[in-house]
Design a protein around this ligand. Structure first.
Ligand code: 13P
Length: 256
């Protein structure tokens, strides 16, 4: 097993018109460059995932900095009659390194099944992108005590064969914790991550090396506690990633 590098990824969701997004990205890039020049800390991997419309401009704003670009979704097919959809190769052409697939907002709002998510992850891999595959139980599933079964099923059905540490990151995002201010407790996160690691290790030869992030009301105040949970390799950050100070504080919390 190699040491898993931490990753702090910001999912801007449907937020950020051009000027606003470029300003935020440029501010983060400046902080990252300063931190590197300072040389005092070892930064984690950092990614921002803006809306597709501003990927190109945000990519330019972070160019030459250690911040990587990510997208929030891609289509499962490489090209064709798919009005409004975006192929993974199109994202790669804009210098994306990551693409989120299977976010619960897409599973719920766009009817994406595990099979669809898996096909999207495969498309991401074909284009040379790192798929950030999201799983997470609903409030009802947790209440019914089914959360570990649900995430095990999601992980097994959403990951394509050939997943490896170099092409896949998993994000555990309990649906009830997203955007609610109710982050999961350290014990809940530890149990879920332990379970996911076991499933990943059964599924892939690289299972011990694939990074597993936590997402769901992670912010500057709770980041250190979350990052200290065994098995947590970083955070997928929604709301707090829109605030440069908050997001950067989370990056620093993950740095060593
Ligand atoms: P919040 O951090 O706003 O809860 O969102 C988490 C999320 O959905 C990241 O993908």
């Amino acid at each position: 097993m190699t040491e898993r590098r931490r990753l702090i990824a910001g999912n801007w969701k449907m937020n950020g018109l051009l000027a606003d997004g470029v300003r935020r990205a440029a501010a983060l890039a400046a902080r990252a460059r300063d931190a590197l020049a300072d040389g005092e800390r070892k930064l984690p991997d950092i990614a921002i995932c803006p809306p597709a419309t501003i990927l190109g401009a945000v990519g330019k704003a972070i160019g030459g900095s250690p911040i990587a670009l990510g997208a929030q979704d891609c289509h499962a097919e490489d090209k064709g009659a798919r009005t409004g959809d975006i192929a993974a190769a199109m994202l790669a052409e804009l210098s994306c390194r990551y693409v989120i697939v299977g976010h619960s907002e897409r599973r719920a709002g766009h009817g994406e099944t595990d099979a669809v998510v898996r096909a999207k992850a495969e498309a991401a891999h074909r284009a040379g992108l790192i798929a950030v595959v999201c799983v997470g139980e609903s409030a009802g599933e947790r209440k019914a005590g089914k959360h570990l079964d649900v995430i095990a099923r999601q992980i097994e059905a959403s990951l394509p064969p050939g997943v490896a540490a170099a092409n896949t990151v998993v994000a555990y995002e309990p649906v009830w914790a997203i955007g609610t201010g109710l982050n999961a407790t350290a014990a809940d996160i530890a149990a879920a991550h332990r379970h996911l690691r076991l499933r990943l290790s059964a599924f892939s030869r690289d299972g011990a090396d694939i990074r597993v992030l936590y997402g769901g009301s992670a912010n500057a105040r709770n980041a250190a506690e979350i990052l200290a949970v065994p098995g947590v390799d970083g955070c997928l950050v929604g709301g707090a990633s829109l605030d440069v100070d908050a997001f950067w504080a989370m990056v620093l919390a993950a740095s060593s």
